[in-house]
Design a protein around this ligand. Structure first.
Ligand SMILES: Nc1ncnc2c1ncn2[C@@H]1O[C@H](COP(=O)(O)OP(=O)(O)O)[C@@H](O)[C@H]1O
Ligand SMILES: [Mg+2]
Length: 295
């Protein structure tokens, strides 16, 4: 492998089987420092599984993953035996890779401030005063300093998700994974979460984002990766992807998600935007409710 390459992640032929179901079917990809990648694809295409493998919440069935040139998960020793990763290496991985889920998963019995302080205290073992300063700084960054003493039940979904992002950032991760971070939010709360993510992107964070917010993906992503049936079907520069998807499956998916326009692939490529009467800014927020998405 290319240990010297300045890659955050490198994946080679990653597969993941759940019994007879092949959730990931030979994923090759690289993630460079500072890169923003949006993962797009129909439900069941393996997007969440991919993120969970990167964070070692799942162990791939086959293939290899490296983080900063270090193998993620088991290794094969000199006599060909599988060796489980050490706890220290799993901890190092989890500290480097922040994750934000669709359901915010904040601890209900802790205030916003305590939620953010928890990992710095327990995992990073920072002194309490230091952890508190860090958490307050993060609350300021997400615009919720005045909610530091609020419990999750006293916060809106958008506010809870912003706290969940701050909680992940409190580990000072090298890369952030987002799995449909706005999909369970009421439409009017989506933009406040996307604003926080946009700022993070501008600050140079390396980000992998599973999203159905196509406008956001087009704006923020350096690359879009379209997945279907456990495979990467298309990797593209976002402006091109959203206007002229190359693969028929991506075109079909976009046409369905965008809910208007009939994108075609190949020679009949269609500018999706051209079919929407020029409503360029309306491509985002088109699939915020589950029912609009593919299931
Ligand atoms: N824990 C699991 N057990 C069994 N099958 C699973 C599990 N997680 C995911 N799958 C299956 O793997 C495939 C990919 O799922 P997932 O990664 O959640 O897709 P996506 O996030 O793109 O919707 C689906 O067929 C799903 O049913
Ligand atoms: Mg998913």
């Amino acid at each position: 492998m290319s240990g010297a390459a300045p890659l955050v992640f490198r994946l080679e032929g990653v597969t993941k089987d759940y019994g007879p179901i092949r959730a990931l079917d030979g994923i090759d990809m690289t993630v460079r420092p500072g890169e923003k990648i949006c993962l797009i694809g129909p439900s069941g295409s393996g997007k969440s599984t991919l993120l969970r493998c990167l964070n070692y919440l799942e162990e791939p069935t086959g293939g290899r993953i490296w983080l900063n040139g270090e193998p993620v998960g088991h290794t094969i020793d000199s006599v060909g035996r599988r060796r489980a990763p050490s706890e220290a290496s799993i901890n190092r991985l989890r500290m480097s890779v922040g994750m934000v889920f669709q359901s915010f998963n904040l601890w209900g019995h802790m205030t916003a401030l305590q939620n953010i302080m928890e990992a710095p205290l327990r995992v990073r073992r920072l002194p309490r005063a230091h952890a508190r300063d860090l958490a307050l700084g993060l609350l300021r960054r997400i615009g919720l300093e005045d909610k530091q003493h609020a419990y999750p039940s006293e916060l809106s979904g958008g506010q809870q998700q912003r706290v969940a992002i701050a909680r992940a950032l409190a580990m000072e991760p090298q890369v952030m994974l987002f799995d449909e971070p706005t999909s369970s939010l009421d439409p009017e709360l989506v933009s406040e979460v996307l604003d926080v993510m946009r700022t993070l992107a501008q600050e140079g964070m390396t980000m992998l984002i599973v999203t159905h917010e196509m406008g956001f993906a087009e704006e923020v992503a350096d690359r879009v990766i379209f997945m279907d049936r456990g495979r990467i079907v298309e990797t593209a520069e976002p402006h091109r992807f959203f206007r002229r998807p190359e693969s028929p499956r991506a075109a079909q998916f976009l046409a369905r998600v965008v809910g208007r326009g009939r994108a075609r692939s190949g020679s009949e490529q269609h500018d999706l935007r051209a079919t929407t009467g020029g409503e360029e800014t309306e491509t985002g927020r088109l699939a915020t409710s589950k029912t609009e998405r593919e299931t």
